[in-house]
Design a protein around this ligand. Structure first.
Ligand code: NAP
Ligand code: GDP
Length: 314
């Protein structure tokens, strides 16, 4: 039996941990999975990246590693997000080519789509205009993955593809209030407000709309893409449901059984108002796929955060 050796970059992060969890019950006998963190190799370094390819000789790569952050982290460091992600992506794809990796799945995001657009946005619209100003660095670096994938396919026949998830949350997220995304940030703030008896703060107006996906649902879809999806063009991995930041914040408060006051800090940025993405392509492939209801996913994540509060990323 020929083994498929899958190297997962960013294996210690939110999405990587979700994939590891799903594989506890969904791995196949001919598959070996290697989950990397930055301790195994700094993927900004070409030589360290090459050393892991030399060591593991992967046949497949799931490229998750990235400089990742919420709206406020991006606004402060667009240049770093651009340069670091460009470097990591180029190192991984160059080594995947050099070491004859059969398939690479990299990760884009719905937050890299054009700012001024019609809705819903689909996979064909990725490059139709500039991204939102708040995260242009991350966005252009991520968009280039799609461009390089096309180059590797047309020039060398490589099967390097990508997925476009919406806003992800779940166990092992980055709960740092300044750096993280909105759901882990709000969970951490709710926990603190409950402990300290202070008001819970929602940044911005709460009006923007987002699609959210539970990391364990995304993990199942990622594994399907790696095993089955044959296109080079990306595929959006998102739920149908769009929800306001205010409504998601109140769901989090409900999960905490929070009884204190709530404030909106309207001088803080709202970011892009919405990025409504179509999952029609996904539904053509997987019409029956069931997403975890958002209330259940929020409850499970809140329970995980409370249980792992001392040691988790925050
Ligand atoms: P995350 O939890 O912040 O994890 C990031 C991962 O990248 C960690 O494993 C980290 O390793 C690794 N990493 C960062 N810099 C590295 C470096 N220089 N060398 C080696 N490894 C490095 O991020 P995530 O949320 O799981 O994101 C995974 C992928 O999904 C990313 O490509 C992201 O752009 C994409 N995505 C995320 C979201 C979201 O809402 N979170 C939405 C759409 C797309 P350490 O643990 O060692 O630091
Ligand atoms: P985005 O989806 O890429 O824009 O990034 P985020 O996950 O950081 O979500 C940003 C949206 O949530 C903006 O509308 C913010 O104003 C709002 N928001 C409200 N409270 C928070 C918070 O505590 N942290 C973050 N990151 N965003 C918040």
């Amino acid at each position: 039996m020929v083994k498929e050796v899958t190297l997962v970059t960013g294996g210690s992060g939110l999405v990587g941990k979700g994939i590891e969890k799903i594989l506890e019950t969904d791995s196949l006998p001919d598959e070996e999975w290697i989950f990397l963190s930055s301790k195994d190799a700094n993927l900004l370094s070409e030589s360290e990246t090459e050393a892991v390819f030399e060591k593991y000789r992967p046949t497949r790569v799931l490229h998750l590693a990235a400089q990742v952050g919420g709206l406020f982290a991006n606004m402060k460091a667009n240049c770093d997000f651009l340069r670091n992600n460009m470097k990591m992506n180029d190192n991984i794809l160059a080594m995947s080519h050099k070491y004859n990796v059969k398939k690479v799945v990299s990760c884009l995001s719905t937050c890299i789509f054009p700012d001024k657009t019609t809705y819903p946005i689909d996979e064909t619209m990725l490059h139709n205009g500039p991204p939102h100003d708040s995260n242009f660095g991350y966005s252009y670096a991520k968009r280039m993955i799609d461009v390089i994938n096309r180059g590797y396919y047309e020039q060398y026949g490589c099967q390097f593809t990508s997925v476009i998830p919406c806003n992800v949350f779940g166990p092992h997220d980055n709960f740092n209030i300044q750096q993280g995304h909105v759901i882990p940030g709000l969970m951490h703030k709710a926990y603190k407000a409950q402990q300290d008896g202070t008001a819970f703060q929602i940044w911005g107006t709460g009006a923007p709309l987002r699609q959210f996906i539970y990391s364990l649902d995304l993990a199942r879809l990622f594994i399907w893409v790696l095993r089955e999806y044959q296109e080079i063009e990306p595929i959006i991995l998102a739920t149908e449901e769009e929800i306001s930041i205010k409504d998601v914040a109140f769901k989090i408060l409900e999960a905490f059984e929070f009884k204190g006051g709530v404030e909106f800090l309207t001088d803080k940025a709202d970011g892009q108002f919405k990025k409504t993405a179509s999952n029609t392509k996904l539904r053509k492939y997987l019409p029956e796929f069931k997403f975890t209801p958002i209330d259940v996913a929020i409850k499970e994540t809140v329970e995980w955060f409370k249980a792992n509060h001392e040691t988790c990323r925050k």
